[in-house]
Design a protein around this ligand. Structure first.
Ligand SMILES: NCCCC[C@H](NC(=O)[C@@H](N)CCCCN)C(=O)O
Length: 436
């Protein structure tokens, strides 16, 4: 997860450089960002959930880590100098000419990587639920997400530094993260041995099944799809995350434009966002394990996000102050701890373990639709509202940012609805995870 999250965001602080070196304008950059989710949206994630519930965490984990590595290799080739001037580049550049050939192949690589990354995400969640059932599950998930956030922090620091080394190039950070993904694949193989040992101790079969619960059947999906609370969680998830991950991709340039600073300085400010989240998420997970209050945490997280995005939209352009920028980013980090820390451990409370993988995959699927559309929508909004902008001028982010504010408002309303449903139907979303 650490290396995966690094790979996802390695281009984020390099928007200006990739525009200068490979001609990726903001709309191209936005579409490239969306490509991570395209195959998932067109059904791969549903299949991934079924594979996970049928084949178990070890097989699915190794398959997903392999896909991540293959996708990364393709993306590396797309931005490399050997691709520039090749026959493939000529052919890819001969159609849909407004979208550069390097962006087309990099997007294909990112699509394959994205399948592996999301499949790994659900696999890891199911593995944690298996290893920590009735124990410190939220803390374990919180730590996993904290490690992922440290990855984002690390890449926001390392990527511009690697890219800026003479001769400045976007290729170096891509190559670096591709090697890390190979190491990630090897670490999952090691985990698989440990997981097999756990199964032996628990008396489970080679796929981690065969305990007291029934085996998963594809028809079980109907139990998930007919649950109202499942849909509330899924829509809350898509709205909340659509205002976080797509924003993350544009945040460096937003700060660059609003504060009038360099890309490096903007990335230096923004990298504290995942760090804030990394520091707090495990504590909130622990709180949830011992005290509960999951639904309340979701509402609070959405409110904090609204405040932050309003600040980026209206306050920063008027008062381009670094303390205001840092303050809002730390606050957004707190929001980004509250929601994930409460959201993911809530899923095992509303569905049975045998179809937990499919429940996670359906939530990820709906979330991926948002993550796929929002960078495009935001990229187009940015271009539309900056129609008169000339090369080198800062972008105006005020009106595009309202897209993210609206997501926050809707997520907050869903959080309130979820809390009301929980009070009525007693899912235990406000109760601690640890059973004494
Ligand atoms: N075991 C993973 C729990 C979910 C963590 C969550 N990630 C997602 O929701 C992903 N579907 C989206 C990741 C987008 C970047 N690739 C998180 O909070 O990071």
């Amino acid at each position: 997860m650490f290396f995966g999250y690094m790979f996802v965001d390695l281009m984020s602080p390099l928007q200006s450089m990739i525009e200068a070196q490979r001609g990726w304008t903001p709309d191209v950059f936005g579409m490239y960002g969306s490509s991570e989710f395209i195959l998932n949206v067109f059904g791969f994630l549903i299949l991934a959930g079924i594979i996970l519930d049928k084949m178990g965490v070890r097989f699915t984990g190794q398959l997903s880590a392999s896909l991540m590595f293959i996708g990364a290799c393709l993306k590396y080739y797309a931005v490399s100098d050997s691709f520039a001037g090749s026959g493939i580049e000529t052919w890819l550049g001969s159609w849909w000419t407004s979208f550069p050939a390097s962006a087309k192949l990099a997007s294909l690589g990112f699509m394959i990587f994205g399948c592996g990354m999301e499949m790994a995400g659900i696999t890891v969640s199911k593995a944690i639920a298996k290893w920590f059932e009735g124990k410190e599950m939220a803390l374990a998930m919180g730590l996993e997400m904290a490690i992922a956030r440290v990855g984002v922090f690390a890449i926001f620091s390392i990527s511009p530094w690697l890219a800026d080394m003479a001769p400045a190039t976007v290729v170096r950070p891509v190559a670096f993260c591709t090697v890390l993904l190979l190491i990630g694949l090897l670490t999952f193989v090691i985990f698989s041995f440990m997981d097999r040992k756990l199964d032996k101790q628990l008396g489970l079969d080679s796929r981690g099944g065969g305990g007291s619960e029934e085996e998963f059947k594809v028809s079980d999906l109907k139990y998930i799809l007919s649950s109202k609370v499942f849909w509330i969680i899924a829509f809350l998830c898509v709205l909340y995350y659509s205002a976080i991950f797509p924003f993350q991709r544009f945040a460096t340039n937003m700060l660059e434009s609003n504060l009038g600073v360099s890309a490096q300085t903007a990335a230096d400010i923004f990298r504290w966002f995942p760090m804030g989240a990394a520091a707090i998420t495990p504590f909130l997970g622990r709180y949830l394990d011992h005290k509960g209050k999951g639904a309340t945490m979701l509402i609070l997280g959405a409110i904090l996000m609204i405040v932050c995005h309003l600040t980026f939209a209206f306050v920063l352009p008027e008062f381009p102050s670094k303390p205001v920028a840092y303050g809002s980013i730390v606050l957004l980090g707190i929001s980004f701890s509250l929601v994930p820390a409460a959201l993911w451990p809530s899923v095992p409370k509303i569905v049975e373990t045998r179809y937990l993988g499919s429940a996670y995959s359906l939530i990820f699927w709906i979330q991926n639709i948002g993550l796929c559309l929002f960078p495009m929508l935001f990229g187009f909004a940015l271009k539309y509202f900056n129609a008169g902008r000339t090369e080198g001028m800062p972008y105006d982010y005020t009106r595009p940012m309202l897209i993210f504010v609206a997501c926050g408002v809707l997520a907050m309303l869903l959080g309130l609805w979820l809390k009301a449903e929980d009070r009525k139907k007693k899912y235990g979303l406000e109760l601690p995870n640890i059973k004494k």
